[in-house]
Design a protein around this ligand. Sequence first.
Ligand code: SF4
Ligand code: SF4
Length: 100
Amino acid sequence: MKSTAQLKALMEANPAYPCTGCRSCESHCSQKLPIPDYVALLNELKEDVEKAEELKGRYLQYAAGRGRATDCMFCHSCENNCPEQLGISDAMFLAAKVFE
Ligand code: SF4
Ligand code: SF4
């Protein structure tokens, strides 16, 4: 796990994701990743890096049932089906970095 200072720097360097939770992306992900759940965790971490341990616990619960952010193959299929045109593959890369 990264230090609080490292996490703070990482999260400040990355955008918040204005995900609506519509879940349109999920059915287009060959890895069946819980994309909006991971994106929501990242947004929470950006708001408060002191919550890192709690958020990592939640991440691992999602990952146990559905797959880890490191399983992302960067195929961009999700992004092509996101009404908000979010950079989901970047978000999965970041989630892997901060939660694994
Ligand atoms: S880029 Fe990653 S998260 Fe998006 S559809 Fe492909 S495998 Fe799934
Ligand atoms: S399609 Fe985009 S806005 Fe909808 S849940 Fe997925 S990431 Fe969020």
